[in-house]
Design a protein. Structure first.
Length: 165
């Protein structure tokens, strides 16, 4: 038996520490996306914004449903919109933020496991990493370069291919 380690890397900016203007703009777009959130069950609103390679911004917000599995997270709303309306266009960055009705979210809002897998598939499809910027309502901002830093040992499509003996 051999013990192996996986390491990830991320940037963390303290609240008030200067961010790149493009990152600030994308966080502002994700904050604007919160207005479209439909979260009557969790009271937790999430906004996402994608920066496309051509400079366009695509927003998404979480959409809940009384039948919980029928809802979608903000990240997937934005990613699925981009992939369906702009096939082949490159997504450069994704910003995520959130706000709760009954408390302040002081930690960066991170994508759930399903969203991480969709980000992984999108990176594979476009053959380039997506920079992921995570911000809570207050507090620090966390940035990773590519989904492998949030989803090590991710499921890959190659695992679905039959192996010939």
């Amino acid at each position: 038996m051999e013990v192996k380690k996986i390491s990830i890397s991320y940037e963390e900016y303290e609240d008030g520490e200067p961010l790149a203007s493009s990152d600030l703009k994308l966080i502002d777009e994700a904050t604007t996306a919160l207005k479209g959130s439909y979260a009557p069950y969790s009271d937790f609103h999430v906004g996402a914004a994608l920066l496309m390679e051509n400079g366009d911004i695509i927003r998404g917000s979480n959409q809940e449903n009384a039948a919980y599995p029928s809802g979608l997270c903000a990240e997937r709303v934005a990613l699925f919109h981009a992939n369906s309306e702009r096939p082949g266009e490159i997504i450069v960055s994704l910003a995520i933020t959130g706000k709760a009705d009954h408390f302040k979210s002081n930690e960066p809002i991170t994508p759930c496991g399903a969203c991480r897998q969709v980000i992984a598939e999108t990176e594979k499809r476009q053959n380039s990493k997506i920079r992921i910027i995570m911000k809570g309502e207050m507090g620090n901002t966390r940035i990773v370069d590519g989904i492998a830093n949030l989803l090590p040992m991710m499921f890959q499509g190659e695992q679905l291919k039959k192996q010939l003996k």
